[in-house]
Design a protein around this ligand. Structure first.
Ligand SMILES: O=c1ccn([C@@H]2O[C@H](COP(=O)(O)OP(=O)(O)O[C@H]3O[C@@H](CO)[C@H](O)[C@H]3O)[C@@H](O)[C@H]2O)c(=O)[nH]1
Ligand SMILES: [Mn+2]
Length: 367
């Protein structure tokens, strides 16, 4: 292909430029954005500042963003703000709620641009968009992985009636360098680094749960946004670092019920900072034994046919959480109530004609 033709084939406008927000939870600084600038600059950022709201977070020049700290969250949500975690990366879900876009990409501030085996910088956002814009295959496993990818297809024996696939709701990316291990594994393998680049995108089959990591995650906010609640974690809560796990179990049950797909695999980011395993152990401790009861709950959870919207599914799930998990610990009764508060707040902010949140102290709300 001649250079001129090649240049013409590259879309001049980045994909979904005005339909996607990038949500970043932070207690640190945002210098990591410099490395992402070529890929992120065209997009609008929603920064959720955790911790001390009086601290000023400096956003590198040239980025279009809005920033919310705890005072903003309290001001916008009022009493409902108690469903948004404090001093935990779970706070990021506030960004999903205030966004007005169809798609969300969320990334941690210690995640950098990784290189593929050829040494080329990976545009993680572009790959997530490709994952979200192509169908998933939750009903029948394609052994040649993503059949919609250039140079692949459905293999012999794949039912033609299923080749249209299902709409993709979630794209779950992975990490080179520091893998997302739990504290016990971090303690046993402190020097383990992930150097294995697997060039594949897989649909997680219907009926199978997975441990969703919020570090490098994209989703279709219109298809599954109201279920992407990251729970009650951090300050004042008996558990931490199960924010994304909780959300992942809830969204997978709902995606399976609504016929939506969840993909995992490419893209990779470079995860640079290993959080403290001893601090993590304290945060995770209860989750490590609770999850032995949580997983069977989600595996057997079923939603009635009249749950035809994400909100209805989520409210029904919260009822089952209260009824079946409340006996494990009062925390789950509190969490079930917070799930309802989250949906109420979501609907308040996202109902037709809802007022956009007032401009924020640190940033320049662009809405
Ligand atoms: O109290 C806090 C702590 C952190 N953040 C911001 O959240 C992300 C992740 O923080 P960090 O990189 O320190 O933690 P990890 O252990 O690597 O996080 C992964 O584990 C899960 C924790 O729930 C989560 O899925 C992953 O993110 C950074 O951007 C911090 O600045 C915060 O907002 N509040
Ligand atoms: Mn990290």
């Amino acid at each position: 292909m001649a250079a001129k033709e090649a240049a013409a084939s590259v879309p001049s406008t980045p994909l979904l430029k005005d339909e996607l927000d990038i949500v970043i939870p932070t207690i640190r600084n945002l210098d990591f954005l410099e490395m992402w600038r070529p890929f992120f600059q065209p997009y609008h950022l929603i920064i959720v500042q955790d911790g001390d709201p009086s601290k000023t977070i400096n956003v590198p020049k040239g980025f279009d963003y809005e920033l919310y700290n705890r005072n903003d969250i309290n001001r916008i949500l009022g009493p409902k703000a108690n469903c948004i975690s404090f001093k935990d990366s779970a706070c990021r879900c506030f960004g999903y709620m205030v966004s007005k876009k169809k798609y969300i990409y969320t990334i941690d501030d210690d995640c950098f641009v990784a290189k593929d085996p050829t040494g080329k910088d990976i545009n993680a956002l572009e790959q997530h968009i490709k994952n979200l814009l192509s169908p998933s295959t939750p009903y029948f496993f394609n052994t040649l992985y993503d059949p919609y990818r250039e140079g692949a297809d459905f293999v012999r024996g794949y039912p033609f009636s299923l080749r249209e696939g299902a709409p993709t709701a979630v794209s779950h990316g992975l990490w080179l360098n520091i893998p997302d291990y739990d504290a016990p594994t971090q303690l046993v393998k402190p020097r383990e680094r992930n150097s294995r680049y697997v060039d594949a995108v897989l649909t997680i089959p219907k009926g199978t749960l997975f441990p969703m990591c919020g570090m490098n995650l994209a989703f279709d906010r219109q298809l599954i946004g109201p279920a992407m609640y990251f729970g009650l974690m951090g300050d004042g809560q008996p558990i931490g670092r199960y924010d994304d796990m909780w959300a992942g179990w809830c969204i997978k049950v709902i995606c399976d019920h609504l016929g939506l797909g969840v993909k995992t695999g490419l893209p990779y980011i470079w995860h640079s900072k290993a959080s403290n395993p001893f601090v993590n152990l304290k945060k995770e401790y209860k989750g490590i034994f609770w999850q032995e009861e949580l997983i069977p709950f989600f595996q057997s959870a079923s939603l009635p046919k009249d749950c035809t919207t994400v909100q209805k599914c989520y409210i029904e799930l919260s009822k089952q959480v209260k009824e079946k998990l409340g006996k494990i610990d009062p925390y789950f009764t509190k969490l079930a109530d917070a799930m309802v508060t989250w949906i109420e707040a979501w609907d308040e902010l996202n109902s037709a004609g809802a007022q956009a949140p007032a401009p924020v102290a640190n940033g320049t709300a662009k809405k």
